[in-house]
Design a protein around this ligand. Structure first.
Ligand code: KE4
Length: 435
């Protein structure tokens, strides 16, 4: 399958990519954008309209990346744009507190009841890094537990791959991460309840925290099996460890109250990002007041940020949080996502392509596999990546823009309607036939 697209010109993107590589490592400001997971030349976009992205060669695509989750309303939603235009006239930042920061903190605490206090930062990575430091400061313990396949940003101590055995400490998963950092991080198999129990039986009260994506969205999309989140809640309570739900991706994406409201499990801390910034740089960490009160200037756990609570980002975030509270928002988002996935499944079955999907609210995963459902990292890794690559480029040829990696989740926005679903399924029919 040619990775170029005879039907459409992408010359401007190709020329920009050539030039970008002179000045930017790999030509991109975040690795996944480089299309190394799918081959071919990355697209350069210059604007978005609702559910659509337009590239530098004026090709239009139905967008299922949504800037990796934030654009749950679609591109350039009037409420967000108007809020930004109003704030622009008042200033870009003051390095001091604003009323809007109080309002967004109050809104987050209202919508996510486990969050009694919250601190804004400017990325998901900052949120998880701060939450880990806070959990260590609160418990006076150093060891951390994460799960294979989960990504929590490029925090040194979390760029860890599983050690030789589930009960051994991790190995660095990136150059530049000192072994001493990963000597404090256990990596367990996702959805493996027994492994968690065995680890705590061995470690007892020496674990500072567990950090988990309550719905894994960085190994494609893998939901928790019954008992997985519940068991980690019990173990953390029993052993005095802090349970951190990394909801940077799932927060306000899976449901209004996040994945914790879908599965009815209450973490001690939650990290947020993406949707709460409306597309601008915002992250947050929050949770139990007794833990959050350990953060400077109140407590002895230091954390800070020049642009934290940026008036522009908060204006966009508040506008977005207001829209998603409207009656029926998640019912419609979830139903449209389910309709699109059912259509994909039907067409894959008709074309005899081994294919299955996962969905939680407005996020989804597609897998080229004979498994009926994908629930483990091993099953994800056993999927037919070569087939996904061909599918990706065939969908691109039909003006459907998917995440350029077999290991990323997809995102539907409120702007995806029947036209977009029809276009997607028509493209998928051709793509499955062409595999
Ligand atoms: P950022 O530092 O990229 O804002 O957020 C890090 C992060 C933390 N936690 C979770 C659950 C996340 O999914 C992320 C970032 N998500 C990726 C998408 N898989 C961002 C895309 C990218 O790295 O370019």
């Amino acid at each position: 399958m040619s990775e170029q697209h005879p039907k459409m010109s992408t010359n401007r993107s190709a020329a920009l990519f050539e030039e970008a590589q002179i000045y930017i490592p790999g030509g991109v400001n975040s690795p996944v954008r480089a299309f190394r997971g799918v081959g071919g030349t990355p697209l350069f976009f210059n604007h978005g309209e609702g559910a659509w992205l337009i590239d530098e060669d004026n090709n239009r695509y139905v967008d299922y990346v949504g800037a990796w989750g934030p654009l749950i309303l679609g591109h350039c939603h009037p409420a967000v744009i108007n809020a930004l235009q109003t704030q622009l006239a008042l200033g870009l930042g003051y390095g001091a507190s604003t009323a809007a920061e109080v309002e967004i903190a109050k809104t987050i605490c209202k919508l996510v009841p486990s969050i009694e206090k919250v601190r804004l930062v400017t990325s998901g990575t900052e949120a998880t890094m701060s939450a880990i430091r806070l959990a260590r400061g609160f418990t006076r313990r150093d060891k951390v537990v994460k799960f294979e396949g989960c990504y929590h940003g490029h925090v040194d101590g979390l760029l860890v791959k599983a050690g030789s055995g589930a009960l051994t400490l991790g190995e660095p998963d990136s150059l530049g991460v000192p072994k001493a950092y990963t000597d404090l991080t256990y990596v367990l198999p996702y959805n493996d309840i027994d492994a968690m129990k065995s680890l705590f039986a061995k470690e007892e009260d020496s674990i500072a925290c567990i950090i988990v994506e309550p719905v894994a969205g960085n190994m494609n999309l893998v939901p928790p099996i019954p008992g997985f989140l519940e068991t980690m809640r019990e173990l953390c309570t029993q052993h005095g460890s802090v349970l951190i739900f990394d909801e940077v991706m799932t927060g306000f994406r899976t449901a209004l109250g996040g994945a914790q409201s879908v599965y009815g499990v209450t973490p001690d801390l939650t990290t947020l990002g993406k949707v709460i910034g409306g597309g601008l740089p915002v992250g947050a960490f929050g949770g139990r007041a007794d833990i959050m009160n350990c953060i400077a200037p109140l407590g002895a756990v230091y954390q800070a940020g020049t642009l934290a609570g940026s008036p522009l980002a908060v204006a966009a975030g508040l506008a977005m949080l207001k829209e998603i509270q409207k009656p029926g928002f998640y019912e419609s988002l979830t139903a449209n996502t389910a309709e699109m996935l059912a259509g994909l499944q039907e067409r894959a079955d008709r074309a005899d392509v081994p294919f299955t999907t996962n969905q939680v609210g407005g996020m989804f995963g597609c897998f080229f596999t004979t498994e009926a459902k994908v629930t483990t990292f091993e099953q994800v890794m056993a999927c037919n990546v070569a087939q996904f690559k061909r599918y990706f480029h065939l969908m691109l040829e039909n003006n459907i823009y998917l995440a350029p990696s077999a290991f990323e989740a997809g995102f539907v926005s409120a702007a995806h309607g029947q036209l977009e679903i029809k276009q997607t399924l028509s493209g998928a029919e051709k793509a499955f036939a062409g595999l």
